[in-house]
Ligand binder design. Structure first.
Ligand SMILES: [Zn+2]
Length: 388
């Protein structure tokens, strides 16, 4: 009908008799605070009959568990270093090869399989099991952040990152930085008239090594086995334009670890102070201080109580599978764990198949039997924790 106003059409569809009847029906279902279930059952039924979508979840009382995994993988690196296609996922001598096999498509498969098993088992659950398949973990965790923003919360979360089936309740943070150091160009034959940005970088780098040593003075029982628990790595350097020119600029990118128990802001403060200190010791750098920028992944350190019921269930399931309890360790790398804890108020641990050493390497692989073991443990743990 041309010209019909939307409100006219909506009002024609409104059934006020049904509205009164629904109000009566709702009044007839007692729902004193704390005992609202029957009323909510009726509301859900009416909404569904009207063709509306219903999202039922428990605000209190019952249990909930998140299984989290990321689908993004890191770049291939040197393609020539791979012995087969990085996307082949071929299995050879008990190992599955491919970018993401270890970090962490196998872990994600474990989470999905455990959820499917619980569904198929028909076990009544006293709460919700939520599988989160997220993007963007390797560059800061936009996916898990978005899950938190969307309101997904639970009593606990298992982040199924490669931990060699060890349980990780504490995690160092990691902050990505970019540094710009300037020099003054000159022809190589009179290089003493220029200032090499590369030589100035060496001074800065030496001071940053001191910072790394100082950050690693922090003692934590779960991190004692690491030669360097909180590593500072320069991962990329770009400098100079010509072999016979003194380089007048250098840009580098790196990451610095955040000790468990230390705020990221404190690490940033110490980093900036180290740069200032390095600059004070050099005439050129004092006049041309290095420019610092924090960008990309900014992971806070995080620690949770490994005795929470959902984690006790995981430890019990692991113990049942292997006859020994899982090892508890700290992780020296960042992950979405801290987003679950800080943004979604959901205590999270890392537990999953695969060795982090394989994670970003050429010929990345995972032991197939470890995938099976992880699937069994996570399924049993979710059943222990959630089954009514
Ligand atoms: Zn990962």
């Amino acid at each position: 009908m041309i010209g019909e106003r939307p409100e006219t059409r909506a009002l024609e569809a409104l059934d006020t008799d049904a509205c009164i009847k629904l109000a009566q029906d709702l009044v007839r279902v007692p729902s004193v605070t704390g005992n609202e279930r029957a009323a909510q059952d009726l509301v859900a039924l009416v909404l569904e009959e009207a063709g509306l979508e219903v999202d039922r979840f428990e605000a209190k009382g019952e249990r909930s568990l998140i299984l989290n995994g990321h689908v993004d993988v890191v770049p291939l690196g040197d393609r020539q270093a791979w012995h087969a296609s990085p996307w082949s996922a071929h299995i050879q001598a008990g190992r599955m090869y491919g970018r993401g096999a270890c970090d962490m498509k196998s872990g994600l498969a474990v989470g999905i399989s455990a959820a499917a098993a619980l569904k198929k088992s028909g076990l009544p659950l006293r709460g919700r099991l939520i599988v989160q398949s997220v993007v963007g973990e390797e560059d800061g965790g936009i996916g898990t952040f978005a899950m938190a923003e969307r309101g997904y919360r639970a009593d606990a979360a298992y982040v199924l990152e490669p931990t060699r089936l060890r349980l990780i309740p504490a995690q160092a943070g990691a902050l990505t930085f970019r540094l710009r150091i300037s020099g003054r160009s000159a022809h190589a034959s009179v290089r003493y008239e220029g200032v090499s940005a590369i030589e100035k970088f060496e001074l800065v780098e030496g001071r940053l090594r001191q910072l790394e040593r100082s950050l690693n003075q922090q003692d934590h029982p779960l991190f004692r086995d690491y030669p360097i628990a909180y590593a500072l790595n320069i991962g990329r350097i770009r400098s100079g334009s010509w072999s016979s020119t003194v380089p007048d600029e250098l840009e580098c990118e790196g990451r610095v670890g955040v000790p468990v128990g230390m705020a990221s802001a404190e690490v940033r403060r110490q980093f900036a102070a180290a740069l200032t200190d390095a600059a004070q010791r050099d005439g050129w750098l004092r006049e041309h201080p290095p420019q610092l920028e924090w960008y990309g992944g900014q992971f806070d350190a995080v620690e949770v109580d490994p005795d929470l019921p959902a984690f006790a269930a995981l430890r019990a399931a692991h113990t049942q599978e292997f006859d020994v309890p899982p090892e508890l360790v700290g992780a020296p790398y960042g992950s979405d764990m801290r987003l679950l804890v800080h943004e979604a108020e959901t205590p999270a641990i890392l537990y999953g198949p695969g060795d982090i050493r394989q994670a970003h390497a050429a010929d990345e692989w995972i032991a197939v039997n470890e995938i099976v073991q992880a699937a069994r443990v996570v399924t049993a743990a979710a059943a222990r924790y959630l089954a009514a």
